[in-house]
Design a protein around this ligand. Structure first.
Ligand SMILES: Cc1cc2nc3c(=O)[nH]c(=O)nc-3n(C[C@H](O)[C@H](O)[C@H](O)COP(=O)(O)OP(=O)(O)OC[C@H]3O[C@@H](n4cnc5c(N)ncnc54)[C@H](O)[C@@H]3O)c2cc1C
Length: 324
């Protein structure tokens, strides 16, 4: 029986939602094709995450636990992933498309002589491989691509699939890991966190994004208040990160983060192609802009034409009422 394996990433001591979305999809592919749906978790406290992973249908959870995985380091992660592939021999190894994944995917493919399709919006199994849809040209075009190989690695954009609980009592397989200091190519000295918003935009269920229409501290305060009532992350267009109004880590778009939350509220953002490239995959898009012809309305599910300084206060009040 072939195996579809999902890598479960851990961030800040939590299971990454985007990995569980990928696992949910792999479970349905495995059920439909008769393959085995398995997962691997690699962390300093990997075994503490098994219960959470079992909820999403993995029949086997491979566990690599070692203090070296306290922080993301490419060399040990690559070695652990290669060990896991050697031991499990999956036909498909699926990842959430995170910054960490981007760092190691190519190297793992080379190490394992596997085919790789990165950053897809969806994928399915075909005879002898995988077929995927991949957004290209700033998400203006969907590219259909196929990889035919006995081992295919695929990374999936967050928000591409829904979470589907399907509890299993999984078999736990501990995979030995050891790494000599001499094998390390770099040393982690210090982690300097970005000074931006604390909600990880890649994992946020809702994002309030500010554009050049947000002109001053009053505007920023409205954005913060809306984000706070929605428990949303704050993002920004390049106009506001380049001018120093928001931290560069909050930039969304072609040269910023690619996000796909359940709800994206674009406030005072025109909808330039380079911005849309980073948020078009969001489930529900709301745009607030005073220009009725702003291109952001072409991708929005709901649009409010008006001055954000007048629209946001009653909008926030209504949400507060609904929440209470
Ligand atoms: C190679 C390259 C890469 C790029 N990468 C990115 C990227 O990753 N992310 C990104 O965002 N951009 C990127 N850009 C820049 C992009 O082209 C746009 O310049 C940028 O997105 C514009 O930001 P904006 O929508 O905030 O500003 P603007 O285009 O100036 O739009 C401001 C909007 O606010 C509205 N507005 C003004 N006042 C109000 C008000 N009071 N109430 C309501 N609405 C109001 C206006 O009607 C307007 O639509 C890139 C550009 C290049 C060339």
């Amino acid at each position: 029986m072939s195996t579809i394996l999902t890598y479960i990433a851990i961030s800040d001591g939590k299971l990454k939602r985007s990995s569980l979305e990928v696992l949910s999809h792999c479970k349905s592919l495995a059920d439909a094709s008769g393959a085995s749906c398995e997962a691997v978790v690699i962390d300093a406290n990997a075994s503490s995450f098994i219960e959470g992973i079992q909820k999403y249908g993995a029949s086997k959870v491979h566990v690599v636990e070692d203090p070296i995985f306290k922080n993301h380091m490419n060399t040990p992660l690559l070695k652990a992933l290669a060990n896991v592939m050697n031991s499990v021999n999956p036909s498909v190894f699926a990842f959430a498309s995170t910054e960490g994944t981007k760092d190691v995917l190519g190297a793992l493919a080379a190490n394992q002589n596997a085919a790789v399709i990165a950053d897809v919006a969806s994928f399915e199994l075909i005879d002898g491989g995988v077929k995927a849809k991949r957004p290209v040209m700033a998400a203006k075009i969907m590219n259909n691509t196929e990889a035919k190989s006995d081992k295919v690695l695929v990374s999936v954009r967050s928000g591409s699939y829904d979470l589907n609980e399907s509890p299993e009592s999984a078999e736990i397989v501990n995979i030995d890991f050891s790494m000599d200091d001499s094998e390390m190519k770099s040393t982690l000295r210090e982690i300097i966190s970005a000074s931006g918003d604390t909600i990880d935009l890649n994992e946020a269920e809702a994002i309030v994004a500010a554009g050049r229409g947000v002109k001053d501290e009053d505007g920023k305060a409205l954005i913060s208040e809306l984000a706070s009532v929605l428990k949303a992350g704050i993002g920004a267009s390049r106009a506001l990160t380049e001018s120093g109004v928001y931290d560069p880590s909050l930039q969304i778009g072609q040269t910023g983060k690619v996000v796909s939350p359940q709800l994206y509220i674009a406030v005072g953002i025109s909808g330039a192609i380079q911005h849309v490239a980073g948020m078009a995959n969001s489930k529900v898009i709301v745009a607030i802009n005073k220009d009725p012809d702003a291109p952001i309305f072409e991708v929005a599910d709901y649009g409010i034409v008006g001055d954000l300084y007048k629209v946001l206060p009653p909008f926030i009040e209504e949400i507060k009422k609904i929440k209470s």
